[in-house]
Write a protein that binds this ligand. Structure first.
Ligand code: ARG
Length: 596
């Protein structure tokens, strides 16, 4: 179904045309003076020059043409040439009725669906998930859902970090602690043990330890570098140990992402790019793109228009090891061959922007991507604490994701138990849902590229622009609908079950109309959010919608209404509002409880 604003513009454009003006002048927007009108067209002013006529005269002609048009309740020409419009209540109701009749709420699907790969999550194996990876997971998941809803074919890939120095560090540290393990015996030819020589908590302790040590101990660092190169080169024992690291770590990561309601279609890793590296390197050399510089292999990617220095892209280190850039480039080859994507979107910390500039330029220059495949970097800002510095635990350490979630859930649990008497078990489940909404909405309501302050008190509040407030609104509607069902069940035969009324009526009050006008925006909001990869647009929409709903609710006695037709109309409107809000939060990646 067409966007509501387009339908309005169409009417106004037709009137312009009928008066002998170009139709394009009829483009109409949402009014920025809601006290005066709902929609506004400024085309008469724009047409002044071309037609050498006073805008107010043009506006008056157009308004005359629109008189009697059933789409509008009022149309007015205002000096110096504005056309102010109010839409008719029954037309608006008809539009919402059509929306309600469609399971997908009549959201227009992309005319030319694209195949999009979203590279997000980006956790590193053997390192605990911390808040730095939280944003990538939350934003990527939402962008994935929005693009899918807009009709594209979307593939989410976690692209785990498993091929860099961190692996060499862990292998080195395991060897120092336990040199007799068969993985380090080059003459060992038997089967390696099935059981990993460490647990996830040991693993998570080993990495920071090794990383710290390598910064002070040069010889240790060299050992780790050598281990990295050997691993990449295929040394049997190292590969077996690495496989243990992956198994232990991925099981833990899956659990964590699951708790966040974050899902990946592909669990690919940097190492999966390894088979593509030798040929890629050969081709880059053969075609004259890559050359040796102080032992390393590099590709120049400077451009004349650069205002700041863009260093060459390093393809191999002097010891032959692959780098972060190498695996990212080779992964592009894999993705192009397997999925032929129209777009690859990387949801990564914006501090990695230079890395992606290098990768994108190198991939274009050396022909790894088709001309019409777009590479997009969706860089996000830092999540800060209230002190304005990167978020830490109260003791000042790195905040682990599990702990952050547990703390928020506890906070929500307390609030729920304070609010009303609840079964502790149900309250725990509810707290988990509401806690997730607090974290995700708190993040997504900011433009992704900006840094933001993670403010627990603010994010968990049931009032204001927060996830819990949106959920509270949905729960409020659910409760009214349930009461309606109970009322109706008393008069209908039980076998009938109670189906909710469907027909939305023309608005009976200003607050009802305001709610309806908000609902009519859904189609445009989805289009904008998907084109701009901007979940925050969904947040502001559902926030405005929740406010409109709550105002209508406070001003209207819905269930006590004696006019049955009117009551049914309102119930239908509430049901649609609930569906739109639920769609909104689903696109953000969380759900509403039954009660809270
Ligand atoms: N593992 C990386 C990190 O923790 C993020 C990966 C982002 N994706 C990519 N294709 N480079 O910084």
């Amino acid at each position: 179904m067409k966007k509501f604003l387009d339908l309005i513009s169409r009417e106004v454009s037709a009137a312009f045309e009928a008066c002998g003006y170009e139709a394009a002048y009829g483009k109409t927007g949402i009014s920025n003076r809601p006290d005066l009108c709902e929609y506004q067209c400024n085309g008469a002013m724009a047409a002044k020059k071309k037609y050498q006529k006073a805008p107010i005269l043009i506006a008056k002609e157009v308004v005359e043409k629109l008189a009697g048009n059933p789409v509008f309740e009022s149309v007015e020409a205002v000096n110096p040439g504005f056309i102010n419009l109010r839409v008719s209540g029954s037309y608006l109701a008809g539009y919402l009725d059509q929306m309600a009749a469609d399971p997908d709420l009549s959201v227009e699907k992309a005319e030319q669906p694209k195949t999009i790969i979203i590279d997000f999550g980006g956790a590193n194996v053997a390192k605990p998930l911390h808040v730095g990876h939280l944003r990538s997971a939350i934003i990527g998941e939402s962008v994935k859902r929005i693009c899918r809803f807009a009709g594209h074919q979307v593939i989410g890939d976690v692209h785990l970090g498993d091929w860099g120095l961190q692996m060499g560090l862990i292998i080195t540290e395991v060897r120092h602690r336990n040199p007799s393990l068969p993985y380090f015996d080059e003459s060992f030819e038997g089967e390696y043990p099935e059981e990993a020589p460490f647990t996830i908590s040991e693993l998570e302790e080993i990495y920071p330890f090794a990383s710290g040590k390598s910064k002070e101990d040069e010889a240790y660092k060299n050992e780790a570098l050598e281990a990295t190169a050997k691993l990449q080169d295929g040394e049997r024992g190292y590969r077996a140990l690495w496989q243990h690291i992956l198994n232990v770590s991925i099981a833990d990561l899956k659990k964590n992402y699951d708790n966040l309601n974050v899902e990946f279609d592909l669990w690919k890793k940097e190492s999966d790019a390894q088979p593509f590296i030798p040929d890629m390197v050969e081709a880059m050399k053969r075609d004259g793109y890559a050359y040796e510089d102080q032992g390393a292999l590099i590709v120049d990617i400077k451009e004349e228009s650069d205002t700041k220095e863009v260093p060459p892209c390093m393809i191999l280190k002097s010891d032959g090891a692959a780098l972060y850039t190498t695996t990212d480039l080779a992964t592009i080859i894999d993705r192009m061959q397997t999925y032929h994507p129209d777009e690859i979107i990387y949801v990564v910390d914006k501090r990695q922007e230079m890395h992606f500039t290098q990768v994108f330029r190198c991939a274009r220059k050396t022909g790894l991507v088709n001309e019409d495949t777009e590479l997009k970097f969706l860089g996000f800002g830092t999540m800060n604490g209230r002190d304005g510095k990167p978020f830490k635990t109260r003791e000042g350490g790195v905040m682990r994701l599990e702990r952050l979630i547990a703390e928020i859930d506890e906070e929500m649990y307390k609030k729920i138990m304070e609010n009303h008497e609840a079964d502790p078990e149900e309250a725990r489940e509810t707290a988990a849902l509401v806690g997730l909404s607090a974290i995700k909405y708190g993040d997504l309501s900011n433009q992704a590229s900006k840094d933001y302050v993670f403010d627990v008190d603010k994010f968990t509040s049931f009032e204001g622009n927060t996830g819990p407030y949106i959920l509270y609104t949905i729960v409020r509607i659910k409760s009214i609908l349930n009461k309606y069902r109970a009322q109706a069940a008393a008069t209908q035969k039980p076998e009938d079950g109670v189906t909710l009324p469907r027909e939305i009526l023309a608005p009976a009050s200003e607050s009802e109309k305001a709610l309806m006008l908000e609902l009519a925006k859904l189609n445009s909001v989805i289009e904008q959010a998907s084109e701009e990869l901007a979940p925050h647009k969904i947040c502001s929409f559902i926030y405005d919608l929740s406010n409109a709903l709550n105002r209508f609710y406070h001003e209207t006695k819905i269930l006590a209404c004696e006019d049955e037709t009117q009551k049914c109309g309102w119930i239908a409107l509430l049901d649609l509002t609930k569906r739109v809000l639920e769609t909104g939060i689903d696109l953000l990646g969380f759900e509403a409880p039954e009660r809270m």
